[in-house]
Design a protein around this ligand. Structure first.
Ligand code: ADP
Length: 497
């Protein structure tokens, strides 16, 4: 259960000030065989543990997360640089998500009986067998809740998990391992393997029975190819360029505050945050100044103060991407209504929330995911144009609609895995009973809900035939059997659904 590995060590520094936070042993690819073998042994015992017992551990874990909230927030914040409120989203999501999974597991994963081919004579039962050992590869932007919720789903389904956290955020993963142990998860079921993705990823994919990945579309595609070669299951949440639609009947003040929040939460380093705003021309001139005011009101900062709205970016590389997207747009004629500048005076990787207008296709920011605090606004002449523009993307992760009356009708026309009406991302992401994931190049498979549990299982149908086989009995000709069955199927089609 502890962090597994040996030399060399990974040094973790804080994005706030470069302070060294700790060191973590790097797992060598040659160690993975032993790690996976240990996981397999533990998994064989674990799959015999009743679902109710497994659920109890994760209910305890959910309570533990709330009880240790401050310590968890401190760890997430110092390692990732995010604001305390953004870190709290992780605590909320984990505590609620694991509780929901724990409650759903017995019913979703328990065996169920279905009508057999011949009523009474055939008994058909479906079991959900664990796949075995699940490899989970997680990014740095939500370093606690993504590993926690993905691992919990796989573990509840009877699997063992090897987690490869991002090299920039292994301490949150380490804390997660400690809390799983404290909640009572048996030894060997959850192992953290730290190291570079390009080094550990391929050998990990070679040994496990299922891969869950969150990260870029390019890496997701590579991993999907490797999983396809081995014919093992793969699920991924990948990039996004999420649209927000502000329609003429929106509550403009709420829309402005909500759009600023959902574009700049977690400093824009959020798969489901908004990067494109389509504003209806009828309310454009009224809405945009409100959005600018709401954005200017966001406090950028570093540290544990709850009053900071927008924290630091995680790294120099991330700052470089954000700066490049904005500078490229400005050089090609876009206008910045807010921000567009780094704030080294606040923290080495801080960047002001930025709203751009006049963005065109030639600009990188137009279609590429920035994964930072940058929102481009486009004026549209109709709701139909807003929908078409929102759908004009290779991605399809999340969308937001601000409207008093048209939200439900417009949502159905959007090509995204989740849609939020009168909010940005939290309602759909936080509704843990429902599936979450992307269409198009934003992913494959879903996390959360029953779908998020069942993907870590193999359905096994067991059918027991009693008294008579489904074949001509002795003394009955094939033709007589076929005639009798024809009558029988007619009756079945009428009576059995
Ligand atoms: P991001 O831009 O969000 O960091 P990446 O796809 O580069 O997205 O990385 C996401 C996670 O995937 C990280 O933990 C990284 O270490 C891991 N990773 C990167 N390359 C590979 C790979 N070839 N195989 C497996 N994991 C990888």
């Amino acid at each position: 259960m502890s962090l597994s590995g040996s030399q060399p060590w990974l040094t973790v520094t804080s994005p706030w000030d470069g302070r060294v936070l700790g060191t973590v042993a790097v797992t060598a690819p040659s160690e993975l065989d032993e790690i996976v073998n240990r996981a397999r042994q533990a998994q064989r015992r674990w799959q015999q543990v009743p679902l109710a017992t497994r659920s109890r551990i994760f209910r305890r874990f959910a309570d533990l997360v709330l009880n240790k909230c401050d310590h968890i927030l401190d760890t997430i914040q110092t390692e990732s640089g995010k604001s305390r409120l953004s870190a709290f989203e992780e605590v909320m999501d984990t505590a609620r998500g694991l509780r929901v999974f724990a409650n759903l597991a017995p019913k979703t994963l328990g065996s169920s009986r279905y009508p057999g081919v011949i009523p009474v004579l055939t008994k058909a039962v479906v079991h959900h067998q664990p796949v075995g050992v699940v490899g989970i590869i997680t990014p740095w932007n939500y370093p606690f809740t993504l590993p926690a919720t993905d691992a919990a789903a796989a573990l509840l389904a009877g699997n063992a998990v090897i987690l490869k956290p991002d090299s920039q955020s292994p301490l949150s993963a380490q804390l997660l391992a400690e809390l799983f142990t404290e909640a009572g998860l048996p030894d060997g079921l959850f192992t953290v393997a730290a190291g570079r993705g390009a080094v550990l990823g391929p050998p990990l994919v070679d040994k496990v029975d299922f891969v869950m990945f969150t990260g870029s579309t390019a890496t997701g595609r590579r991993l999907a190819t490797a999983c396809a070669q081995r014919l093992i299951g793969f699920s991924a949440e990948l990039g996004g360029k999420n649209p927000v639609l502000i329609l003429p009947d929106a509550n403009l003040e709420a829309a402005a505050i909500g759009t600023a929040r959902s574009a700049f939460a977690n400093t824009g380093q959020l798969c489901v945050s908004m990067e494109r705003a389509y504003v209806h021309t009828d309310i454009y001139d009224d809405f945009v100044p409100r959005l600018v005011a709401a954005t200017r009101g966001l406090r950028v900062g570093v540290g544990h103060d709850w009053n900071i709205d927008v924290g630091s970016l995680i790294s120099a590389a991330q700052l470089e991407t954000v700066s490049h997207h904005v500078e490229d747009a400005l050089a090609k004629g876009a206008t910045a209504l807010t921000g567009a500048k780094p704030r080294p005076d606040i923290g080495p990787f801080c960047y002001e929330p930025t709203i751009l207008t006049g963005v065109e296709e030639s600009m990188t920011v137009c279609a590429e995911e920035t994964f930072g605090p940058v929102l481009s606004i486009y004026r549209v002449d109709s709701v139909a144009e807003a929908i078409a523009a929102a759908n004009d993307s290779r991605y399809g992760l999340n969308a937001s609609i601000w409207s008093q009356r048209q939200g439900w009708a417009v949502a159905k026309q959007l090509h995204t895995g989740t849609v939020n009406i009168n909010d940005g991302y939290a309602p759909s992401f936080g509704s843990h009973h429902t599936p979450m994931g992307g269409m198009g190049e934003s992913g494959i498979g879903r996390r959360h809900g029953a779908a998020g549990l069942l993907k870590y299982t193999e359905a096994q149908t067991v059918a027991h035939q009693r008294l008579l086989p489904i074949a001509p009995p002795p003394g009955v000709s094939n033709e007589a059997f076929a005639r009798a069955m024809t009558v029988g199927i007619r009756v079945l089609n009428k009576l059995v659904r």
